[in-house]
Design a protein around this ligand. Structure first.
Ligand SMILES: Nc1ncnc2c1ncn2[C@@H]1O[C@H](COP(=O)(O)OP(=O)(O)OP(=O)(O)O)[C@@H](O)[C@H]1O
Length: 804
């Protein structure tokens, strides 16, 4: 050992109480803990010193700058350059101070890692501590580097103890050996835990240090290939794994349980509602049902006559891959948004293509509310009542008038547009032809006016939302407590503005815009189309269906023989209704979902019976699936705890036993990255085909973790921000909203803090979804104060576990 190194290590444990505190440790452990205690003591003393002199220095710096400024003002030409140079240096120092880069180290939590390096060039030994702030070496061989930007911190993340290192810093190559690599936990100014390859040591509650043993380091292990929802090798990258997903699916087909089988083989017609907790096989059952129906009646349930609507693009990708292995190829698998946008284009309605993303929240909630379905039904009924009144007025006292009215009423079961069409045909081409000419002319006027308006969906939409009274009445009578007065005003105003913009555009869009730019002789292009709200698409489609009795493309009714709606709790009732009305007469529909995994809030979904009622479907018995095949008992216990009052004990699931769920608390992201880096590198080395999801709450956090872990040289790391999962082995760093419906071997929930997951229903749902994505092992890694949604006993257990 060199002098420098000896100077770092204490010769004897410093104070008496420490000697007592170390009594329970074996010699090696005692040296390690004593050494770390001494380092902390010295660092804290330096921090105190620094804090005391900081104000002083600041004042000194300022007065030095003032002096220099005065000197410069009166200086001789030849002295100017050197004075300016000094001035620049001081200014730079000041700026650094202001930027916080040299902000004082927190004595309560000064660092979390300890490296001892032997540099190859001179054999020099350095002790480098890794923390959140920088503290320069004062000649005693001790420094703290900021984990985020000090190049040397990279060594901490990339190398293990006794590794030779070689890194490029500022065009310089540095080489050496990592003699020590320890992670330490300092909390409230006290050293609490030390993790080293030789063992882990923790400060017990009574103040004595305990040896936690060598195996105490937590690890992710033994879970490769547990997730089936990640069909590996599909892209042909891992040839050794090709076909694995298909084999697995056949396996699952063989494993289908009695209750699942019962749902799969329900009669062809009618609605099958698959309800069950996370991982209970809802999607699996829905897909098997598609395969089952196709097998039962190949002609009726041919692939092009079936539609599967799922929540996100990742599930689309997964299902497209899986279906062929069930013997079904070519079924349309899509998201609602994509399906609706494509269909709307094909309906050739005169509406602008662009949608706004600045719709006020209250308007979104209003337009998704089931009351809009009722408003549409009322509007249609009003139109029909109007035409009947007009017929009665015009035909009163005319010979044959009663016959026309009777015929009109006979057609009451038909959709309005068909009814208008059929009544006119009766009048012109069938029995009505024999009526007196004046009676026919009067009836024809009313019916033609009706037929002109009945196909004008945009006009209907404007009528529905352009009339403030209609909106106010609907809210007052159907959702009296759900919108505040100011929200109602916002809705009315917004809708009025949108409808008049659309009508104005429609009436004038073919005219040149006569407003000229000053320097432009030509009239500018036709008016810019207004942007409707995204929620208008479903309303317009529903209006179209309500008026015409279906959606028609090139004169043909657009319909499916079977429709699967997965994650139905995240569609709004109008969307479900629109979808269901594209089912053929038998109404063969499979709806799957889980209340606990709701991700779209304020979408009008309350419960399954309500959804069925809003969607105009008969009530069907719901028997939730009871076994969770994905996650373990340990994971489900946490996931249910997270749900809190949203958890329905009736939804309790039977789950297999598995690895314990672990919580790891750190005070800073740098610490968690250090911990994760090591755990993930080890995992990827031992289990290269494992699938891992690292889930943050927000996309920006995923980016930050991705970058930090990239620096820590974690292999096979992928940042997923737009559902672009590769479904290959490796580590996906992403935000929780991306992973709905997916499955991974290992899941690590990152930073379940109170900011990220406050005590709110929406946060409960999101954290529940995150936890239940794992088929094997779950970790919660938190830098910051944990959310109250995380079970306290799990956090307490963290005290017993060594950190990374
Ligand atoms: N009977 C079964 N035996 C064994 N494994 C099954 C069975 N049914 C489903 N699985 C597997 O359980 C996992 C979860 O299934 P699935 O994804 O269909 O559940 P889910 O209810 O749709 O989940 P979530 O709602 O969380 O998205 C999948 O890996 C699936 O292959």
């Amino acid at each position: 050992m060199s002098e420098r190194l000896t100077s770092v290590a204490p010769e004897t444990p410093s104070a008496e109480p420490t000697a007592d505190a170390l009594a329970a440790l074996a010699e090696g452990g005692r040296d390690i803990v004593a050494e770390e205690l001494s380092i902390l003591e010295r660092i804290q003393a330096r921090v105190e010193e620094q804090l005391a002199t900081a104000t002083h220095q600041f004042e000194d710096l300022n007065s030095a700058m003032i002096e220099l400024r005065d000197e410069i003002a009166t200086a001789k030409e030849e002295d100017l350059a050197s004075l300016m140079d000094q001035m620049h240096q001081l200014a730079a120092l000041n700026a650094k101070r202001g930027s916080g880069r040299t902000a004082p180290v927190d004595p309560q939590n000064p660092y979390f890692g300890h490296l001892r390096l032997r540099e190859a060039r001179m054999g020099k030994l350095r002790d480098v501590l890794i923390g959140k702030r920088t503290m320069l070496d004062k000649g005693d061989g001790l420094s703290i580097v900021d984990w985020r930007n000090a190049p040397v911190s990279r060594l901490y993340y990339r190398y293990d103890e006794l590794d030779e290192y070689e890194e490029e810093f500022d065009d310089r190559s540095i080489e050496g050996t990592v003699l020590l690599r320890r992670s330490v936990v300092v909390g409230e100014g006290k050293l609490r835990r030390i993790d080293t390859p030789q063992g882990s040591f923790a400060l017990g509650r009574g103040g004595a240090w305990r040896d936690l043993g060598r195996e105490a380091r937590p690890s992710l292990a033994g879970g490769t290939g547990k997730a089936v929802r990640v069909p590996r090798g599909q892209l042909g990258v891992n040839n050794d794994l090709d076909g694995l997903a298909d084999k697995r699916l056949q396996e699952i087909t063989a494993l289908i349980d009695k209750q699942q089988f019962g749902l799969i083989t329900q009669p062809e017609s009618g609605v099958v509602l698959i309800q069950g907790g996370a991982g209970s096989g809802k999607t699996t059952v829905a897909l098997h049902r598609v395969a089952y129906l196709a097998f039962q009646d190949r002609r009726r349930f041919s692939p092009e006559k079936m539609l599967i609507v799922v929540f996100n693009e990742a599930l689309v990708e997964y299902i497209r891959h899986v279906l062929p292995s069930l013997g079904v190829e070519g079924v349309t698998v899509t998201t609602y948004r994509r399906w609706s946008a494509a269909l709307l284009r094909r309906l050739r309605l005169d509406i602008p293509a662009q949608r706004t993303d600045s719709t006020p929240e209250a308007v979104v909630r209003f337009k998704k509310h089931p009351m809009v379905l009722e408003m549409i039904a009322e509007l249609v009924a009003e139109d029909l009542a109007d035409v009947e009144r007009s017929l009665e007025d015009r035909l009163r006292g005319r010979p044959g008038g009663e016959q026309v009215l009777e015929q009109w009423r006979k057609l009451a079961k038909l959709p309005p547009s068909v009814r208008g069409h059929r009544a006119l045909r009766w009048l012109i081409e069938e029995d009505g032809r024999n009526l007196p000419a004046k009676t026919r002319a009067a009836a024809e006027t009313s019916l033609r006016a009706f037929r002109g308006s009945v196909d004008d969906v945009v006009g209907d939409w404007a009528e529905l939302f352009g009339d403030g009274r209609r909106i106010r009445n609907a809210i007052a009578s159907k959702a009296p407590d759900e919108f505040s007065d100011s929200e109602v005003n916002t809705i009315v105003k917004w809708c009025a503005k949108k409808t008049s913009a659309l009508i104005d555009w429609r009436d004038h869009k073919d005219e040149p815009n006569l407003r000229r730019d000053d320097d432009d002789d030509e009239p500018s292009s036709p008016r810019k189309p207004p942007r409707l709200d995204g929620e208008d698409d479903a309303v317009i489609m529903r209006l179209y269906q309500a008026k015409r009795g279906g959606l028609f493309v090139k004169g043909k009714r657009f319909e499916y023989e079977h429709i699967v709606i997965d994650e139905a709790q995240d569609l709004c009732p109008i969307e479900v209704r629109v979808l269901l009305d594209t089912a053929s007469a038998g109404r063969s529909v499979t709806i799957a979902g889980d209340k606990a995994q709701k991700m779209i809030f304020d979408n009008g979904f309350v419960d399954w019976p309500q959804l069925l009622e809003d969607a105009g479907l008969p009530h069907v018995a719901i028997q939730p699936l009871k076994i969770t095949y994905r996650s373990t008992r340990q994971v489900m216990a946490i996931a249910q705890h997270v749900l809190g009052h949203l958890h329905d004990p009736n939804d309790d699931l039977i789950a297999r036993d598995g690895a314990p769920v672990s919580y790891f608390g750190f005070s800073d992201m740098g610490e968690s990255v250090a911990f994760l880096g090591e755990a993930l590198r080890n995992l990827m080395q031992r289990e290269p085909t494992a699938s891992v999801a690292l889930l943050t709450r927000y996309p920006q956090q995923a980016e930050a973790y991705y970058e930090a872990l990239h620096i820590a040289e974690v292999p096979r790391l992928r940042l997923v921000s737009r559902q672009d999962f590769t479904f290959l082995p490796g580590i996906d760093v992403t935000d929780v909203r991306q992973v709905k419906g997916l499955e991974f071997d290992y899941v690590i929930v990152l930073d379940p803090t109170r900011q990220n997951y406050p005590v709110r229903d929406s946060a409960r749902h999101l954290l529940h979804i995150a936890c239940t994505r794992t088929a094997y092992q779950l970790w919660l890694v938190c830098s910051g104060r944990p959310s109250p949604l995380v079970p306290q006993d799990l956090i307490d257990e963290d005290d017993e576990q060594p950190p990374g």
